[in-house]
Design a protein. Structure first.
Length: 254
């Protein structure tokens, strides 16, 4: 499905119960018809994966993270292989909230390699914490891309998606401010250049998403003017009506 846009829901640590998770998933699935232009992925908490995968084939299942080891003495971790066997086919790696809790680029690189080995299509999140006047934020994103993708082959690029999420625009960031499509477009161009310098022509296979408190009011702007191939949706994905509206916006576009 090379020409399809991708809309990904990151439910984070929500909702509280399996019953609520089923209700939310079903409400989304019930209100979207057969999708022609959009691939929809929902990433719920780990514990809901096995149950939710049985509810609808219109929506693909994703994981919010994956550990790099397959089995062993890693208390509290869940491996890529386990998650794939649970039904997930996409995985978010390097999310800013995990980076903020100490996850390093080296950790993310190991997770990427493990996820690819397990058969996942992965979403690597990159993004700066501030937009400084000296434009140092470009170097921050470049460093995350190069370190995260170190040792990754060109053949693997078809299974890699980059999500640009400016931390300063996230709803969880104190003093946050809204990002504009121009911010996304500027960074999407830069990301494509970094990937092209590293991988050559094969880099054109990589899709780029925007994720930074995107909602049903600004989704169209990011999709039409933001230079991206889809969206990574956080808070708005917990409201079935808003998330469905975002999907419909993607579907109605040319």
């Amino acid at each position: 499905m090379p020409n399809k846009r991708i809309v990904v829901a990151n439910w984070k640590m929500n909702p509280l119960t399996e019953k609520e998770a089923e209700k939310l998933w079903t409400a989304v699935a019930r209100n979207i018809s057969a999708l022609r232009k959009t691939e929809v992925v929902i990433c719920p908490p780990f514990i809901y994966l096995s149950k939710i995968k049985k509810l609808s084939r219109k929506i693909l299942l994703g994981s919010q993270d994956a550990f790099w080891g397959n089995t062993g003495a890693f208390t509290g971790e869940v491996s890529s292989e386990m998650l794939y066997l649970s039904g997930a086919r996409y995985v978010i790696l390097g999310h800013s909230e995990r980076r903020a809790r100490g996850e390093t680029d080296a950790d993310i690189n190991k997770k990427i390699k493990s996820a690819l080995d397990s058969g996942f299509r992965l979403i690597l999140c990159v993004g700066e914490t501030i937009r400084d006047e000296e434009h140092g934020y470009f170097n921050s994103v470049k460093d995350q891309l190069e370190a995260g993708l170190q040792g990754i082959s060109k053949d693997s690029l078809k299974n890699i998606i980059i999500a640009y999420e400016p931390v300063w625009a996230l709803s969880s960031t104190p003093g946050r401010r809204d990002a504009a499509p121009e911010d996304s477009s500027e960074m999407a161009i830069f990301i494509r250049k970094v990937l092209s310098d590293k991988f050559g022509r094969e880099a054109s296979r990589v899709k780029i998403l925007y994720g930074g408190s995107v909602n049903d009011r600004d989704a169209e702007g990011f999709l039409t003017q933001g230079g991206v191939d889809g969206l990574l949706v956080g808070k708005a994905s917990l409201n079935a009506e808003k998330f469905v509206n975002i999907i419909k916006i993607s579907e109605k576009m040319g």
